[in-house]
Design a binder for this molecule. Structure first.
Ligand code: F6R
Length: 270
């Protein structure tokens, strides 16, 4: 695991953007797994800037981790629902870059048959040969996607009930400013499972802020447990890059070691 610690959010976003851009440049038809939320916004802004300077997304395929159930892409009017993750992705990234619409995959929160739909979503990932690089944030309850505490570490794409903490966080981040009452928020989501995420060949997790520091330490240095589903990162067999700002890294026991390893690898060109 490469654990990279940077002074602040901007520097964290710079580093993570370079990782993603590196994949796109070296494999122009790469498959990216993408996340929503506040954390990746800086990365998406930088990817847009890089696109303006020539970074080409015309062959890139993307799969998003999750979508609220009951809202989402209306197939007739694709991005008409303000709080859907489909809309978020469109506004924050897709409408600004030259990605092809048919190469974008976001779980359809409007499906009437979630079980068969989720199996279909998994098949689509399989059909393109799997995800090359999965971008991830970290929920305050330790979730990846919407894999809330208690989700099996082998779980697949499915319908998942959201915890109260996640509902509170989402309300603060997205719904409050639009004056949408809490009882009208979706209580379920479609999410890739932990087992699905672990099949991505490479993982890039970004986390910032003191509010997440305790969870970062538990996830990276604590025991692997379904109570902190992102702790499954310790089981991943591909290349793992975790980029943190100082505040998020502040409760790590071994941060000196991670800084030392990063320096060594840089010095030796690894
Ligand atoms: C969103 C997702 C979530 C977020 C997590 C952190 O697609 O998968 O797991 O990554 O809830 O959200 P922020 O970045 O808003 O703190």
């Amino acid at each position: 695991m490469d654990i990279i610690i940077r002074d602040h959010y901007e520097a964290m976003s710079d580093y993570a953007t370079e990782v993603i851009a590196g994949y796109v440049k070296s494999k122009p038809d790469c498959v990216l797994g993408l996340a929503t939320g506040g954390t990746p916004i800086g990365v998406y802004q930088r990817l847009i800037q890089m696109h303006q300077q020539g970074l080409d997304f015309s062959q890139v395929k993307t799969f998003n981790l999750d979508e609220y159930y009951g809202i989402g892409m209306d197939l007739e009017k694709p991005y008409n629902l303000d709080q859907s993750y489909a809309r978020f992705m469109h506004e924050e990234l897709f409408k600004h870059i030259n990605i092809k619409k048919e190469n974008i995959h976001i779980p359809n929160g409007l499906t009437k048959e979630p079980e068969s739909y989720c199996q279909w979503y998994e098949k689509q990932i399989e059909k393109v040969g799997g995800i090359d690089l999965q971008l991830l944030g970290l929920g305050r309850d330790g979730h990846w996607g919407f894999n809330e505490p208690g989700s099996s570490l082998g779980s697949r794409t499915r319908l998942q009930a959201l915890t109260e903490q996640t509902l509170d966080d989402n309300y603060e981040a997205f719904y409050k400013k639009s004056n949408i009452p809490k009882d009208q928020m979706p209580y379920f989501a479609i999410t890739m499972g932990i087992g699905t995420i672990l099949e991505a060949r490479n993982i890039l997790m970004i986390v910032n802020g003191a509010k997440k520091a305790e969870m970062v330490a538990k996830c990276l240095e604590g025991p692997i447990t379904s109570q902190i589903t992102a702790s499954a990162i310790q089981l991943h067999s591909g290349r793992i890059t975790v980029v943190l700002d100082k505040a998020a890294a502040s409760q790590l026991q071994h941060s000196n070691h991670y800084v030392h390893v990063e320096k060594l690898k840089r010095d030796y060109g690894l």
